[in-house]
Design a protein around this ligand. Structure first.
Ligand code: B12
Length: 429
């Protein structure tokens, strides 16, 4: 398993290309993040196209787990894309397959064939129809951005209209898009800008891209390298890598940003997958632009013996002698149907993740604190509490807060402190 082709240094030396000059992170950091992602592949179970995409962009393509992941993603594409995937999920599959030197228009596995680009076009048509009718997309603007980016890289129709909407949203003072969404929209708009000769469209995109990227540079300065939070910083850095011409002649202090990234101990494969491309001077825009000719020669592994195997997050259930902490936990719904509000106090081993708190609360009072999770690319997402389920059509979800401030991590990652009060509040997005 540990035969990841970590000849990263070699590849980086070869790649050059699209990297912003001087903006490449220390090789040790890159190798360690690649290793963590590679270790996660089989442990996670569900194939994650973002991980494949990031490994390819970092040039780490030689491991057996990489091959296995590519095969799994192709199998998922032929069996699930049309029926079960959102536009964003199909787009991520398209990007990951492009970066694996596969033609997403012709994916074959398990004796089946699928044209993923066509599937994506259909899903984006649905997004656009809902957007035009209701002013919000079927999924999210983040998903629409991913879709527009993938269609643009595929040279397929249907991304220009989406990019116009993204540009208008970015420029609207009322839209309050997250850093993550603005970053993904910037990648889609940059691709569109490069593909169009329409002057009106170019001017609109230029204005939007200048607004997003200058905003990111301001936020980076204010946040000492962090743009939004540490988990949105990866995508924001990818956008800054790809959009130099829209903030020129202003300079980007990439060293400050990379120092902030180096200080954070990224463990979640998904978080690593979003930050890693920027650390090697690349972005999702480069997915269809990798050198497939040199891909076939496996590199020698240069694995550092210090690297730890399997660094995926774990529940705090195995500790035998750990001290316990007390956590207060509330669930509140004042949004829909019968309103309710309940609070409990539980003891869990010190260092437990929030999911453990929910589990102990449920064991104590199953009639009140019952809950359900769904496995996602970011770990377990709480989709229902006390019988009240999140609903994509109504745009409702269970939001988690501590001291009134939204958590920046999910229940599978966040570790509450002794005496902390965590609230789950049924909310809209
Ligand atoms: C859109 C979005 C949401 C939407 C999803 C709605 C929907 N039906 O699509 C809503 C508003 C519900 C949401 C909720 C939360 N989110 Co959110 N979300 C995003 C965003 C902007 C895009 C995700 C996406 O569409 N990806 C594309 C699709 C194709 O991929 P996907 O894997 O199928 O996407 C699914 C998962 O991402 C999942 N999801 C979304 N957010 C989260 C968060 C966690 C912790 C988990 C486990 C799953 C999850 O919902 C998506 C649709 O099903 C990302 C930004 C990013 N950088 O990735 C943040 C992001 C993933 N979210 C984040 C957070 C913190 C949360 C919350 C924990 C916030 C809170 N305080 O409550 C909650 C989840 C709580 C819970 N119930 O468990 C963080 C995760 C960081 C981390 N280390 O875990 C991110 C990275 C934003 C950030 N920079 O802080 N989110």
């Amino acid at each position: 398993m540990l035969s990841v082709a970590l000849g990263i240094g070699v590849l980086l030396a070869l790649s050059g290309g699209t990297a912003v000059r001087g903006c490449v992170a220390p090789q040790q950091l890159v190798s360690e993040l690649v290793q963590r992602m590679d270790d996660s592949i089989k442990a996670e179970g569900t194939p994650n196209p973002s991980v494949l995409l990031a490994l390819n962009l970092a040039g780490a393509t030689g491991s057996n787990t990489h091959k296995w992941l590519l095969q799994e993603i192709q199998e998922e594409a032929v069996t699930r894309a049309q029926r079960d995937m959102t536009s964003g999920e199909v787009a991520l599959s398209v990007l990951s397959l492009f970066s694996s030197c596969r033609d997403p228009r012709h994916i074959q596995a398990l004796g089946l064939t699928v044209d993923l680009v066509q599937v994506l076009q259909q899903k984006m048509d649905e997004e656009m129809a809902v957007l035009e009718e209701e002013g919000i997309p079927k999924s999210t603007l983040y998903g629409v951005s991913l879709g527009a980016l993938a269609l643009c890289l595929a040279g397929a129709g249907g991304y220009q209209g989406a990019s116009v909407i993204l540009a208008k949203q970015v420029l609207s003072p009322d839209s309050h898009l997250s850093v993550d969404t603005r970053a993904m929209a910037a990648l889609a708009m940059t691709c569109t800008y490069g593909q169009t000769d329409l002057q009106d469209l170019q001017e609109l995109l230029q204005e939007a891209l200048s607004a997003v990227t200058n905003g990111f540079l301001d936020e980076q300065e204010e946040g000492n390298g962090v743009i939004g939070n540490i988990y949105s910083t990866g995508l924001a850095l990818q956008a800054l890598v790809a959009t130099g011409e829209f903030y020129a002649p202003r300079a980007w202090d990439c060293a400050q940003a990379f120092a902030a990234v180096s200080r954070h101990d990224y463990r979640l494969p998904m978080a690593i997958a979003q930050v890693l491309p920027a650390l090697v001077g690349r972005s999702y825009l480069d997915a269809a632009d990798l050198d497939c000719a040199t891909r076939m020669s496996p590199l020698q592994p240069t694995l550092s013996p210090k690297l730890q195997p399997s660094l995926s997050p774990r529940l705090g259930t195995a500790a035998v002698h750990r001290a316990t902490i007390t956590v207060h936990y509330s669930i509140t719904n004042t949004l829909q149907g019968r309103h309710f509000s309940y609070t409990t106090t539980v003891q869990v081993p010190d260092g437990s993740v929030l999911l453990k708190v929910l589990q102990v609360a449920q064991e104590k009072e199953p009639d009140v604190f019952s809950f359900q999770t769904e496995q996602t690319s970011w770990g377990p997402m709480v989709v229902s509490i006390h019988g009240l389920a999140a609903n994509q059509n109504r745009r409702t979800y269970w939001q988690f807060l501590s001291g009134g401030v939204p958590l920046q991590e999910g229940v599978g990652t966040y570790k509450p402190q002794n005496g902390e009060h965590v609230q789950a509040v049924f909310s809209t997005y």
